[in-house]
Write a protein that binds this ligand. Structure first.
Ligand code: F6P
Length: 279
């Protein structure tokens, strides 16, 4: 596992450089979900694949940018699922983006996730490893990730990050989000899952939601590359992650690109979601 974390750190340093200096334009290609890929999406995917190819314990990799699982080492035991450059549509406006990794053993199911990692490329590069606890690192000038602290969520926070198209919300969801704002929560939403969820973790708590909507009845965010890694991180920080009713890590995708509605937060806010969605 340590070697996987080291490979992710090396990838992150290379991706940071690519973000800072490479062409931010589109390629002529589309990814598995039909999004036109940025040249940077393709480059970041290749960087990660190159670094993971050197790690013998990785059996298979699956990227948000690819349709199929790629076998790596027959004697390896882990499947690593990753989104090389999440929120890449924010690159052209110079907002923060991220990379997300889920490390699984025994198949693609929430229950099989052993660890997760995410990297935030913002004014600084930060990396968070969820294993036994949630460990927070920051990149220094020498290209090393220096441990800062373990992250713990408070029981109740102050931030609200409501994703998706509001005109497509169910009335009960709208009522819940309005009630949260009426209780004094602040809107904090950039449209990048990594910085938005990172902010809630570091500021002590709140709620991020990407519900089922009339345009996307199964939500937008992908279980293997986005949802399970953050569900694991939020639970390690003492928070919760649910699909409205069920724990996210109890779900299993039938296809690698399957999505799910998702809510991540501290305990008080997730309790509100459970009460709302029980109706
Ligand atoms: O999955 C890509 C992504 O950009 C996430 O990083 C982000 O949370 C979400 O889409 C934003 O979607 P929307 O703009 O619909 O709220």
């Amino acid at each position: 596992m340590t070697q996987i974390f080291e490979a992710i750190k090396k990838s992150a340093v290379r991706i940071k450089e690519a973000i800072e200096y490479d062409d931010t334009g589109y390629s002529d290609l589309q990814n598995a979900t039909g999004d036109t890929q940025l040249k940077l999406d393709i480059k970041c995917d290749l960087i990660i694949e190159e670094e993971f190819a050197k790690v013998a314990s990785i059996k298979e990799i699956v990227s948000e940018e690819k349709e199929e699982i790629t076998p790596l080492h027959v004697d390896g035991k882990y499947l690593v699922a990753y989104d090389p450059l999440d929120g890449s549509s924010l690159i052209d406006v110079n907002l923060s983006v991220g990379s997300i990794f889920g490390i699984y053993e025994g198949g693609q199911a929430g229950a099989n996730i052993l660890a997760s990692v995410y990297v935030v490329y913002g004014p600084r590069v930060e990396l968070v490893i969820a294993s036994d606890a949630l460990h927070f690192y920051r990149l220094n000038k020498k290209g090393e990730f220096i441990f800062q602290k373990d992250i713990h969520l408070a029981q109740k926070g102050k931030l609200n990050a409501p994703g998706s198209t509001q005109s497509c919300w169910e009335p009960k969801h709208k009522k819940m989000i309005d009630a949260i704002f009426n209780d004094g929560y602040r809107l904090r939403y950039s449209g990048g899952m990594v910085p938005d969820l990172h902010q809630i973790l570091l500021k002590g708590g709140g709620i991020f939601s990407y519900p089922a909507t009339s345009d996307l009845p199964k939500g937008k965010l992908r279980m293997l590359f986005e949802v399970f890694p953050f569900a694991f991180a939020y639970e390690k920080a003492g928070g919760k992650a649910i699909d409205g009713k069920n724990r996210l890590l109890d779900l299993s995708p039938t296809h690698i690109h399957d999505t799910t509605p998702c809510f991540f937060g501290s305990n008080a806010e997730i309790q509100r979601v459970l009460e709302t969605y029980a109706q």
